[in-house]
Design a protein around this ligand. Structure first.
Ligand code: ATR
Length: 280
C-alpha cells in the first residue's frame, strides 16, 4: 500500500515540497505520495491527530504552524526544542515525534562552500524563526562570534536571550552598525524576506565595507540570485543562495521518515525546473 506524507501550512499552494519529495520517493523506489494540506490555525490540533488516524508516514510543517504544533506532539527532539520550532513530524507507530531540519539543512549547504564554521565571525540579518534556527545550529557548531542585526533591535535582543549557551560570543546590532563593521565578518547571512520575489530590487544591507572572500548567503531561493548576492559577488564575495537549505531540510526530513538517503541532486533539479532554472 502507498504511504502518504504531506505538508501542513497556511497557505501551501506555492510550496515546492510536493514535487521535490515525490521525486525523492520515486528515485528510491518507495511507493508514496506527498500532499500539501491547507490547515487553518484553528484546525491544527485536529490535523495533527489525523496523522495517527490516517496513518500518514509523516509530515512537514510550515508557516504559520512551526511553533504551535509542538504542543500536540508526543515528543520533541532536543535540537527542535532549542530552535523552538518543528518542521518535521515522524509517525512511529502512532507516536508523533517532532524534529527541526531547517538549521542543519542550512549548515550542510554552508559547509559545501566553506570547509568549517568553527572559529568564524558570523552576522545574521533578521530575528525571526529562520534566524533562530540558523543561529542555534551555528552556536552548536562553535562559531566564534555571532551578531544578530535586525530592523527592530528589540526583537534581536529577545532572540539572543533564547539562543543556546555555548562558547560563541553573541551580540545585537542595528543594521547600520553592521553595515559599518562588515569587514569584521567571515560569513553574513540574510534570513529576512527582503529581496524575495516580487521585491527582487530590494536588499537588506549596504555592502560598502564588505571585504573580499567573505561568504554572503541568503536564505531566499526565489530569485536564485538576490540583489544582495549579486552585489556581493561583484565585490569578490563567495555567495550562497537558499536553494541548498531548502533541498537539504527536505532531504533530512525524508531520512527521518524512511531511514534512506534521497538523491539530493534529483531533488535540486526538479525544484530548479519549477523555478524556471536552467539545470535539469
Ligand atoms: P521567519 O520566521 O521566516 O524568519 P518572521 O518571523 O516574520 O519570518 O521574521 C522576519 C524577519 O525579517 C524579521 O527579522 C523582520 O524584521 P523586524 O523584526 O524588524 O520585523 C525582517 N524583515 C521583514 N521585512 C523586512 C523589511 N522590509 N526590512 C527589514 N527587515 C525586514
Amino acid at each position: 500500500m502507498k504511504k502518504v506524507f504531506g505538508l501542513f501550512g497556511y497557505p501551501v499552494h506555492h510550496s515546492m515540497s510536493p514535487i521535490m519529495q515525490e521525486a525523492a520517493f520515486s528515485d528510491c523506489d518507495i511507493m508514496a505520495n506527498y500532499h500539501a494540506f491547507l490547515v487553518k490555525p484553528e484546525q491544527l490540533k485536529e490535523a495533527v491527530k489525523s496523522i495517527r488516524a490516517l496513518q500518514l508516514g509523516g509530515v512537514n510543517v510550515t508557516i504559520p504552524h512551526k511553533v504551535a504544533v509542538m504542543e500536540y506532539l508526543d515528543e520533541v527532539d532536543e535540537e527542535a526544542r532549542q530552535i523552538g520550532a518543528v518542521n518535521t513530524i515522524v509517525n512511529r507507530n502512532g507516536r508523533l515525534i517532532g524534529y527541526n531540519t531547517d538549521g542543519r539543512g542550512y549548515l550542510e549547504s554552508l559547509l559545501e562552500l566553506t570547509e568549517t564554521v568553527v572559529g568564524k565571525n558570523v552576522a545574521i540579518i533578521g530575528a525571526g524563526g529562520a534566524a533562530r534556527a540558523v543561529a542555534t545550529v551555528l552556536i552548536n557548531a562553535q562559531v566564534s562570534q555571532l551578531v544578530i542585526a535586525n530592523r527592530t533591535v528589540l526583537k534581536a535582543e529577545a532572540l539572543l536571550q533564547r539562543l543556546p549557551n555555548g562558547n560563541t560570543v553573541t551580540e545585537v546590532m542595528s543594521i547600520a552598525e553592521l553595515e559599518h563593521t562588515l569587514h569584521k565578518f567571515d560569513i553574513i547571512i540574510n534570513t529576512t524576506s527582503v529581496g524575495m520575489s516580487p521585491h527582487a530590487d530590494e536588499s537588506p544591507l549596504s555592502l560598502t565595507h564588505l571585504k573580499e572572500n567573505t561568504v554572503v548567503s541568503d536564505l531566499i531561493y526565489n530569485p536564485l540570485q538576490t540583489k544582495l548576492l549579486m552585489e556581493a559577488e561583484a565585490m569578490g564575495a563567495l555567495t550562497l543562495n537558499g536553494l541548498g537549505m531548502f533541498v537539504n531540510q527536505g532531504a533530512l526530513s525524508f531520512e527521518y521518515w524512511t531511514e534512506q538517503k534521497p538523491n539530493r541532486q534529483k531533488m535540486t533539479d526538479v525544484v530548479l525546473k519549477q523555478l524556471g532554472g536552467i539545470r535539469c
